[in-house]
Design a protein around this ligand. Structure first.
Ligand code: G
Ligand code: G
Ligand code: MN
Ligand code: NA
Length: 254
């Protein structure tokens, strides 16, 4: 297992990096935050996308130190932007199932935030329904720890999992991220459009923000605006960018 050994060394050799994909608000049309996405700069294979190594990292448990690095790096980057006098916008990190089951997860995040002297509202955590539904009670307890800390929570890939509306009501999340599979079909397929419309309505009726991911076309954006979706993320606005490029874009506004 060559890749497993490579993955073990990648942390020590600082081969991981984060790219930042802008999130754009309906109300202002401007960038108001970002999602941090993990990349692996492999010495021979070049830039490796997370889809190819996260499953192995999960299997081997390496996702725990990698996931911790991600939260620490988001905080370090926020501090670098602040020290450089650049706009400091909230950044969301993706959590993995194994990482989410750790009882010290929120405490780890608290330590990183304090180390960098950052307001907890600058950090957001993206969870998936499947992560939560394995053990909803434990998950809600962890989510509460984050909320008590002041960290924001988003439910990622929403609509693809199994959470019942009865559970959803009890999850202390701030936003629902509509899975990109619905967005890509919404402009042409009435049933996908109905799903998107319904998710926005559910989000709003629960007092949550609706965020569309994977927005690629003007037609999709127009439809989402019409639905009242609160914010958008996708290639139509920008791909995930290296930190410096994201900062430049955020500064100019979009
Ligand atoms: O960037 P890309 O579209 O290739 O991401 C593919 C998948 O990898 C997405 O499902 C995304 O949520 C996940 N992912 C990206 N960055 C991270 C990370 O830092 N931690 C975890 N656990 N998953 C991530
Ligand atoms: O599961 P998660 O939502 O975290 O996945 C984010 C992934 O989606 C990232 O790997 C990112 O590169 C990818 N992504 C972001 N915007 C778009 C888009 O507009 N279209 C497609 N196909 N993928 C996107
Ligand atoms: Mn995500
Ligand atoms: Na997603």
């Amino acid at each position: 297992l060559e890749m497993e050994a490579d993955l073990r060394r990648a942390l020590e050799r600082e081969e991981f990096c984060l790219h930042y994909q802008p999130k754009v608000a309906l109300a202002t049309g401007k960038i108001y935050g970002a999602e941090a996405l993990l990349r692996w700069r492999h010495p021979e294979r070049g830039m490796v996308a997370p889809g190819t190594f996260i499953p192995l990292a999960e299997e081997t448990g390496l996702i725990l130190p990698i996931g911790e690095w991600v939260i620490g790096e988001v905080c370090a980057q926020l501090r670098r932007w602040r020290d450089a006098g650049l706009p400091v916008l909230p950044v969301a990190a993706n959590l993995s199932a194994r990482q989410f089951r750790r009882e010290d997860l929120a405490e780890t995040a608290r330590c990183f935030l304090r180390e960098r002297d950052l307001e907890p509202g600058l950090l957001e955590m993206e969870l998936t329904e499947s992560m939560i539904m394995r053990d909803p009670q434990a998950a809600v307890a962890t989510m509460r720890q984050f909320k008590d800390l002041g960290v924001t929570l988003a439910l990622d890939d929403f609509g693809t999992g199994y959470s019942s509306l009865n559970y959803l009501r009890r999850f202390p999340v701030d936003s629902l991220k509509i899975d990109r599979s619905f967005i890509s079909d919404a402009a042409d397929d009435p049933s996908a459009a109905a799903v998107v419309t319904s998710i926005v309505a559910i989000a709003h009726s629960l007092g949550l923000q609706a965020v569309a991911e994977g927005v690629e076309t003007r037609r999709q954006l127009d439809f989402l605006r019409h639905c009242g979706c609160d914010s958008f993320q996708g290639f139509y606005f920008s791909r995930p960018l290296p930190a410096a490029d994201f900062a430049a874009l955020a500064r100019q506004g979009i």
